[in-house]
Write a protein that binds this ligand. Structure first.
Ligand SMILES: *[C@@H]1O[C@H](CO)[C@@H](O)[C@H](O)[C@H]1NC(C)=O
Ligand SMILES: *[C@@H]1O[C@H](CO)[C@@H](O)[C@H](O)[C@H]1NC(C)=O
Length: 248
């Protein structure tokens, strides 16, 4: 998923997507660059070095905010889901990122026990968790629309067989690249769902629609089964992509 797609999905944000600084043609959210500049003023403002650091926001250590108090300042200025005294607003976080993200980070998002006030550390740890959970493949799967529970389970099970180092490639599926991001992954979950009839050599289109929400009704998919890749996995991927992208 590219920055723009991510931004569209959540209505957010910079630190996740620093390519926005580099590509001037892509506008930041209104006021975002001003806010960022303000929030890191005492660390030299927005310059190549601070921009590079912010670009790695997701990789900052869990308990250590590299630009201290940046997150609290940024969130409080930019978004309604965070208030610098009362902390994260559960409903607003759910609206912005989805229930699975809230649940994954709940422990970090609630105010620390015995403290009535949010802090720089609370803001950082909560938001750091959100930005990482949001792209966790299981969260992406849980947030998918029009996908059956068995399809979600099959997708998660198939990921368990994949080396975790490759999990970050999962987001790329959203753009349907020509080469499958995780080779054989599509074949794994389609087989688990029994969507290809081995006897007739045909796709069970009705079941595919029921489980995966594609192809669209009335889409022209007649030539999809003719597509071929370099091996069986690549063929599955090509044919599935063809069904998913076919227009009604
Ligand atoms: C944050 O919450 C406090 C307490 O509810 C409220 O007084 C304040 O106006 C809120 N700040 C913003 C920016 O909404
Ligand atoms: C989900 O299905 C509904 C009704 O079939 C449709 O209107 C909607 O566009 C679908 N959403 C996605 C993300 O495909």
């Amino acid at each position: 998923m590219n920055c723009r797609a991510m931004r569209k999905r959540t209505g957010i944000l910079v630190a996740l997507c620093l390519c926005l600084f580099v590509k001037e043609s892509l506008a930041l959210l209104p006021h975002e660059s001003e806010v960022i500049n303000k929030c890191i003023l005492s660390y030299g403002g927005l310059n190549p070095e601070t921009a590079e650091r912010l670009g790695r926001f997701k990789d900052w250590a869990e308990g250590y905010e590299e630009i201290p108090c940046f997150t609290q300042c940024y969130l409080a200025e930019m978004f309604d889901f965070y208030n610098s005294s009362t902390g994260f607003d559960m409903d607003a976080v759910v609206r912005a990122f989805g229930e699975p993200v809230y649940t994954a980070c709940q422990r970090k998002l609630e105010l620390p026990f015995g403290s009535g006030l949010s802090s720089c550390q609370h803001a950082y740890e909560g938001f750091h968790c959100i930005t990482n959970a949001e792209n966790h493949p299981f969260t992406v799967i849980d947030n998918m629309a029009n996908i059956s529970l068995s399809a979600k389970t099959a997708m998660k099970e198939c990921l368990q067989n994949v080396d975790q180092a490759k999990w970050k490639r999962f987001a790329a599926y959203g753009e349907y690249p020509v080469i499958e991001p995780i080779p054989c992954y599509t074949r794994c979950f389609l087989d688990k769902l029994h969507l290809f009839d081995q006897q007739t050599r045909l796709w069970k289109v009705g079941a595919m629609r029921q489980h995966l929400g594609v192809p669209a009704r009335g889409a022209s998919i007649r030539s999809c089964h003719l597509q071929r890749g370099k091996d069986r996995c690549a063929t599955y991927y090509k044919q599935f992509t063809c069904h998913a992208l076919a227009l009604a």
